[in-house]
Design a protein around this ligand. Sequence first.
Ligand code: KG4
Ligand code: ZN
Length: 357
Amino acid sequence: MRVLGIETTCDETAAAIVLRRGDGSGAILANEVRSQINEHVAFGGVVPEIAARAHVEVLDTLIERALATATIGLDRIDGIAVSAGPGLIGGVLVGLTAAKALALVTGKPLIAVNHLEAHALTPRLTDGIAFPYLLLLVSGGHTQLVAVEGVGQYRRIGTTIDDALGEAFDKVAKMLGLPYPGGPEVEAAAERGNPERFDLPRPLLGRAEPDFSLSGLKTAVRQQAEAIAPLQPGDIPDLCASFQAAVVDMLVDRVRAGIRKFRADIGQPNALVVAGGVAANRAIRRALQRFSLEAGVKLVAPPPELCTDNGAMVAWAGIERLSLGLVDDLESPARARWPLDGRAVPALGAGRLGAKA
Ligand code: KG4
Ligand code: ZN
């Protein structure tokens, strides 16, 4: 089975072709991604209108390139998968409209994928992980712990009650004058800094419910920075290192609570999976690796290019759904908001509205 996957929910335009073999294993035949960071950098964040226009300009070229790289024509594709949300509505419409047009002219099934589901199923493409497993999704728009029990079976067991983790990295970077996106900048500065110089809070540490809170930590960084203003060159690495150390302590503690809840409610998870852009952070990966050994749970961290937004994850989610006969009609809506676990109570301010997931 071969599926084309299209991704346009935020600031990456992507098209990919993924194959599932008879034994269930997957192979990426093409994975074309174009980042729009250069278009948005001057604004310090993603501008929705600019994003939508940029998707329109390159999507058809990326689809053609993906087909050429995979050396197949549309006639040999079994389905057209697309992220139909959640995300910036203009961008989602660009991808969804293109996918519908292709489905219509080729007569192939349309699979309208939830972008978060695509992140959630990626470890099955990369590592063949069996259900159930615990997913830590940490990106610019989301910070969640999700029990993945099957295709379409997602139980949110923890969430941020205010900012997303990537958002907190980006805001800390901005207040220290570092460029957007801030995560990699903060990580690089932190490597040169003293993590013990500033005493910062670890919100919700020790709580049984595996939720997250970032806004108090972000405010504490601002207050400490203001208290020593004007900042000297050596202060920024120390602030970044102290912030990152607090994030790592908090994240490990919250994941520990998540594993405990998973075991109580569902049983032993087959893996702890970390995905989303923040999963590229090496200090976080190292800490989760240490924790997974201690907890006796295998850690799966897909390669960074499959952790951040891409078309291969959408194509794979399309394959998983298509194999179960889950296809969508051409009336399928674009959705700015689309929770993975429809039963979960919406958390106040959990990530930015319509933000990247
Ligand atoms: O998954 P992604 O590419 O887009 C979203 O779906 O949000 O994640 C982007 C987020 C940004 O907030 C970025 O600052 C953060 O991931 N990020 C990092 C690192 N690399 C990217 N945060 C911390 N450390 C990093 N190395
Ligand atoms: Zn995403």
